[in-house]
Design a protein around this ligand. Sequence first.
Ligand SMILES: Nc1ncnc2c1ncn2[C@@H]1O[C@H](COP(=O)(O)OP(=O)(O)O)[C@@H](O)[C@H]1O
Ligand SMILES: [Mg+2]
Length: 278
Amino acid sequence: MAEDLLVARGIEVTYGGRRGPFGGPGHKVLHGVDFSIRRGETVGIVGESGSGKTTFGRALLKLVDVSAGEIRFDGADITHLPDSRMRPLRRRMQMIFQDPMASLNPRHSIRRILIEPILFHGLARDAREAEARVWKILDRFTLPAAVLDRNPHELSGGQRQRIGIARAALLEPDFVLADEIVSGLDVSTQALVLNLLKDLSRDLGLALAFISHDLSVIRAVCDRVYVMRFGKVIEEGPCEQVFAAPKSNYTRALLDAIPLPEIDPEWLMRESLVDETQ
Ligand SMILES: Nc1ncnc2c1ncn2[C@@H]1O[C@H](COP(=O)(O)OP(=O)(O)O)[C@@H](O)[C@H]1O
Ligand SMILES: [Mg+2]
């Protein structure tokens, strides 16, 4: 069995707590979360809004401080690594956000948005070599080369989301965290984006963590799922098992509340072929 790439144990996060003699207790939102993911595995994190999914994702990537627990990446304890020592790991751990507009600089062209990180991380010798890589991925993502000269706001939502994924993929990460990335897209664009991610994770051997409040999305792409509630994991297991025979009443209620259309993989494939206009 492949080794775990990223492991979190007993993660606690408190917002707004201040240290020192006048410190307040703050608002504890994660109460000891355990999580692990292997290379090549796609893991879902599902739960209602406010259950702590985004906070946990940010803790995994060390974008928020953890007040207790341990995070190990590729065998090394990174829980308290200072920023300077995290920097080399940042390329290997990428996050794709729900709202790509918030993470893509609105004043920069898509060309610049895609090429700069490649050069920054030394993955190409010069801008020409970087642009060659960008062309390849645009082709794969069925994006016209003309998008390179546009700014983010000139693209459709589906195109922007693909640019966000392309930017992460170009850095050849080991781990990608996708937070609600298909919320707000229409169903066929959702299928296209999910399909791209699935292909990528297979080709790159990525560990992909997929946060969504939508169980049908999780079911379509994930091998294993964590169910979160009130800052805790209340159930974990292979998707088939959790969906077929949930152990907790909460998971059962989530399943009952949400219609779960079976997503036909053939349909996913067709969508990715016909999309030229998004
Ligand atoms: N930056 C923040 N400061 C204070 N509280 C926050 C912050 N971000 C999230 N919270 C709170 O933490 C809890 C979990 O939020 P979040 O992680 O965003 O959940 P989810 O992604 O599952 O919707 C919520 O009660 C939310 O109000
Ligand atoms: Mg969230």
